[in-house]
Design a protein around this ligand. Structure first.
Ligand code: BES
Ligand code: MN
Ligand code: ZN
Length: 503
């Protein structure tokens, strides 16, 4: 899908479909007024006859209006002007693209960026227009995304190919760069979704390593390195290696180094959990919905998607992706509850539940990350079912040992509408993971499960500024709409864009 932005005149615009907004109660948006006048009040007539109420996220398609150059006009309900908040804006954009995909239009011109939508998001860092254009690109990309690579007869690809965002005045340069960046983010989300949706028998640790190598080949600015189990053994990664013990697939430790700025700038390191299938191991999970544990590598997929996006943008910043990846399976060789292992940091861990494996692979990857002399380290993981109970499927959980980093991530979440919510990392929780036999145990009981998991990671991240994102509730959708969401690629990329702008 191609995106562009330009100033243009609604009635003169040659296009398969022009999209304009109509408010509830019959008020027309400025672009709709121009169309209405050129088409001898055809739109006012439709409204007067009750064909279009203007209610939020409703649509009406009309053909061959007299005096209009475009083949079709799609009217989109904007609701009441004073209720046009962020949530409404997103659903209006989704409705517009869903309606467009029900037409044979190959290209479309949308006059929706001018209409004051997304005004709640207008901040000192981005205007409502910038916010809206980002969401429009995400909605467009989502509306044509297909996950049919493994169907014998792939679904028909979407016909909609070219999207023009049109404005009545000359678009600001900030709007143009936001559009280019959002397009790159949407490509990164597509990659993260595609990898996430692949089954565990296809998307193995070896497959993820190959995907990382492919990124390294496609972009001169990315250098990919893959460590094997023997390398990890030399580094003393006893915790990571204990998780892969029960699996026939070899574990990998993938690093992607993106160089967009001078070498003297310390990198931001992104560490992504890459469990390509989580059965729970000897602490086996119940059978229902166990298939969804193929998504336990969505943290890794978001790191790959984010690095692809910033490479496509040519962002002036240094970023390293670190991906520990393996399977968590039961076998005669698998780790058992009660086993004690030694992590790369030297700290010992009593494994009381083999299903709390994410923290066991992340802790060694977090220790390994020190070698990059990081400015900041952010890990991304589908870490705890408890996070889904706490925050549902709307916000990802966020923890940080640095208040400024936490604030910057929260702001990036609002700007990208890929939102997070901060939870406490207080010392008071730490005793819950003390062990009688080792330096710590890998679970802290049912209470505060998301927090004790973060507290475990905090014991390995004392030497640098760090944040942890628990994406268990946001990385994929279940049920009829089952599929990866591409989150938190928008959040991570926005954070990196913001960081790149600052010295
Ligand atoms: N990958 C899971 C977390 C998960 C579960 C994410 C369900 C999304 C949906 C993780 O490895 C896990 O199994 N965590 C355990 C931890 C527990 C044993 C302390 C969990 O959440 O049940
Ligand atoms: Mn698990
Ligand atoms: Zn897991």
């Amino acid at each position: 899908m191609e995106f562009s932005i330009k100033q243009s005149i609604p009635d003169k615009q040659r296009s398969n479909c022009v999209v304009v907004g109509v408010y509830e109660g019959g008020k027309l948006s400025p672009a709709a007024q121009i169309i209405d006048k050129a088409a001898k009040h055809a739109i006012s007539d439709l409204i007067a006859h009750g064909d279009m109420s203007g209610k939020s996220a409703t649509t009406l398609l009309v053909h061959k209006l007299p005096g209009i150059s475009a083949e079709r006009v799609l009217l989109v309900g904007l609701g009441k002007a004073d209720e046009l908040n962020n949530k409404a804006t997103v659903s209006i954009l989704r409705a517009a693209f869903s309606a467009l995909n029900n037409t044979p239009a190959k290209d479309a011109t949308l006059y929706l960026i001018d209409e004051g939508v997304g005004k709640d998001a207008a901040t000192s860092t981005s205007s409502g227009q910038v916010w809206t254009i980002r969401q429009a690109v995400f909605a467009a990309a989502e509306s044509v995304y297909r996950s049919d690579a493994l169907k014998s007869k792939p679904a028909k690809a979407a016909t909609l190919k070219n999207i023009t965002f049109a404005t009545l005045d000359k678009p600001a340069s900030a709007l143009k760069s936001a559009l280019e960046q959002a397009a790159a983010v949407s490509h990164g989300m597509d990659l993260a979704k595609t990898l996430g949706n692949l089954p565990g028998n296809v998307c193995t640790p070896t497959y993820l390593a190959a995907a990382a190598q492919t990124l390294g080949k496609a972009h001169k600015s990315i250098k990919t390195t893959v460590l094997e189990e023997k390398d990890m053994r030399k580094l003393g990664m006893g915790s990571l290696l204990s998780v892969t013990q029960g699996s026939e697939q070899p574990a990998k430790l993938i690093t992607l180094e993106y160089h967009g700025a001078d070498k003297k700038h310390k990198p931001i390191v992104l560490v992504g959990k890459g469990i390509t299938f989580d059965s729970g191991g000897i602490s086996l999970k119940p059978g229902a919905e166990m298939d969804e544990m193929k998504y336990d590598m969505c943290g890794a997929a978001s790191v790959l998607g984010t690095i692809q996006a910033i490479a496509e943008m040519g962002l002036k910043i240094n970023v390293v992706g670190v991906i520990p990846t393996c399977e968590n399976l039961p076998s005669g060789k698998a780790i058992k509850p009660g086993d004690i292992v030694t992590s790369m940091s030297g700290q010992t861990i009593e494994i009381l539940n083999t299903d709390a494996e994410g923290r066991l692979i992340l802790c060694d990857a977090l220790t390994y990350s020190k070698k990059f002399n990081p400015d900041t380290v952010i890990d991304i993981a589908t870490l705890t079912g408890a996070c889904v109970i706490a925050l549902g499927h709307v916000a990802s959980g966020m923890f940080s040992n640095d208040d400024k980093l936490a604030r910057e991530l929260l702001a990036a979440g609002d700007q990208s509408h890929d939102r997070i919510w901060q939870l406490p990392l207080w010392e008071d929780y730490q005793p819950l993971i003390d062990s009688n036999f080792a330096d710590m145990q890998n679970i802290g009981g049912r209470a505060g499960g998301t927090i004790t998991a973060a507290c475990f990671l905090a014991r390995f991240t004392k030497d640098y500024r760090w944040a942890h994102l628990d994406i268990a509730g946001t990385a994929w959708k279940s049920g009829k709409e089952k599929g990866a969401t591409g989150r938190p690629v928008p959040l991570l990329t926005q954070y990196l864009i913001n960081r790149a702008q600052k010295p």
